[in-house]
Design a protein around this ligand. Structure first.
Ligand SMILES: Nc1nc2c(c(=O)[nH]1)N[C@H]1C(S)=C(S)[C@@H](COP(=O)(O)O)O[C@H]1N2
Ligand SMILES: [Mo]
Length: 197
């Protein structure tokens, strides 16, 4: 994997690359299964479980505040992409619209295509987390999760659900697709929480 496109980190960037990761200047696509085709007219994001049940349309999302943000992205397969420029909706701004049950402690992200991945509420409700709809100045390409994906920069990128269409709030931990298949339940890259639970 080390070669022209994957470099061992050097200089000041080194401090920003978690252990065991290699830098890439590009932005690889990593999907399990085909890219779902979802038009913005049919698109929706559902909220259920330990929260008031809601359906957000594309227009509902576009009515929320938008922000540009820059984030590093670390895939557990060992590539890291620093300083990706995104645009999206801050999770905290979105969640101001959601009436959560006080018992909620965890959530499951659901996606078009059937992918799932779990988070604790603490890992979700952080100011650096976004629902992104633009990448590098373009509408988020379908392969990268368009029309909308989550970006959770402090955890390995499998926690950043592409084509997200549901948030299920829970009072206990359930495991998502990769977590049931041997990935770590939390996935913190600086602690190299890769495969063992
Ligand atoms: N719905 C969905 N989300 C997903 C995945 C997936 O297969 N399906 N792959 C995950 C993994 S393992 C990574 S590394 C990132 C990759 O995002 P990218 O393809 O935009 O680089 O998306 C994550 N989110
Ligand atoms: Mo990944």
């Amino acid at each position: 994997m080390v070669g022209k496109f994957f470099q061992r980190p050097a200089g000041p960037e080194q401090e920003r690359v978690p252990p065991g990761q290699y830098l890439t200047k590009g932005f690889p696509v990593l999907s399990y299964g085909p890219t779902p085709k979802v038009g913005k007219d049919d698109w929706e994001l559902r909220v259920w479980g330990l929260a008031e049940t809601r359906r957000f349309t594309w227009a509902d999302m576009m009515a929320l505040p938008h922000q540009a943000f820059t984030a590093d992205f670390h895939c557990v397969t060992r590539w890291s992409r620093l300083d990706a420029h995104w645009r999206g909706i801050r999770v905290l701004d979105f969640m101001a619209q959601v009436c959560l049950d006080a018992k909620a402690t965890h959530l499951m992200q659901h996606c078009y295509g059937g992918y799932t991945t779990n988070l604790t509420l603490d890992d979700f409700l952080r100011p650096e987390n976004f629902f992104a709809f633009e990448l590098l100045g373009e509408p988020l390409p379908p392969d990268h999760g368009g029309p909308l994906r989550l970006v959770v920069p402090h955890l390995y990128a499998w926690k950043s659900a592409k084509w997200i269409n549901g948030l299920e709030f829970l009072d206990h931990e359930e495991l998502g697709f990769w977590e049931r298949n041997g990935y770590h339940r939390r996935g913190e890259p600086w602690a190299e929480e890769r495969y063992d639970n």
